[in-house]
Design a protein around this ligand. Structure first.
Ligand SMILES: N[C@@H](CCC(=O)N[C@@H](CS)C(=O)NCC(=O)O)C(=O)O
Length: 223
């Protein structure tokens, strides 16, 4: 019998949560090991090609990094498929998964901005991307047959967790105040068991502490 996939990540990384959600959706058996990014263990530095999380060790010992590459591998190898069969629809799923990736990095730019000027610029960029998503939701691709999420949904879900935490901490407007389509979409993501299972208990406090430790200017607005 082959060994289960070995996943390396942190509960706070939105990049790590994306392949975790996909593994949960596909019912893949895996082990998960938390990596301390403040003081990276040498075994991780030696094993992970980029030295970043997420990383996934396959049963032949190969270690993959980069969330999108890991998800592509999972999608190619493990049923059920989350991408539909039709090439046009596949491209539309990938298009919105790409935009979701920009929302993940865009929100990270917001909570990691070191000063007020960069925080304002990052918030403006993120808000523009949110408007792009809202437009896309008017004709959002449906999940593949029998699935509850698209890869774009799985990639969007992690930033919504972090956005909600920042809103509860008083640093951003709640997404519930946003446009109705966006609000309903985010509510649907929040209800997914795979999102709940891959979000650590006590996430808000852990996340707030990490933003403060990294010197994120947004922490000044935490209540
Ligand atoms: N493009 C990468 C980004 C991964 C990334 O930035 N991971 C961060 C944690 S959120 C990390 O490992 N940081 C430690 C470092 O850069 O040394 C992906 O999608 O996997």
């Amino acid at each position: 019998m082959s060994a289960p996939l070995a996943f390396f990540g942190t509960g706070l990384s939105p990049y790590a949560q994306y392949p975790l959600i996909v593994m949960e959706e596909k019912g893949i058996v895996y082990t998960a090991t938390a990596v301390d990014l403040v003081s990276k263990p040498q075994w991780f530095v030696d094993a992970a090609p980029t030295g970043r999380v997420p990383a996934l060790r396959l049963d032949d010992g190969t270690v993959l990094c980069e969330s999108a590459a890991i998800v592509e591998y999972l999608e190619e190898v493990y049923a059920p498929r989350m991408l539909p069969a039709d090439p046009v629809q596949r491209a539309r799923h990938r298009m919105w998964a790409q935009v979701a990736g920009e929302l993940v990095s865009g929100l990270a730019d917001v909570y990691m901005a070191p000063d007020a000027a960069r925080l304002a610029a990052a918030t403006e960029t993120f808000t523009r991307r949110l408007a792009m998503l809202d437009r896309g939701l008017a004709d959002w691709p449906a999940p593949a047959s029998g699935q509850s999420l698209t890869l774009a949904d799985a990639r969007n879900a992690p930033w919504t967790v972090r956005y909600d935490a920042l809103a509860r901490l008083g640093a951003l407007h709640p997404l519930a105040d946003a446009r109705p389509r966006l609000r309903d979409y985010v509510a649907r993501l929040r209800a997914q068991p795979s999102l709940r299972r891959t979000t650590p208990n006590g996430f808000d406090a852990l996340f707030a502490a990490s933003v403060k430790r990294r010197g994120g200017a947004i922490a000044a607005a935490f209540t």
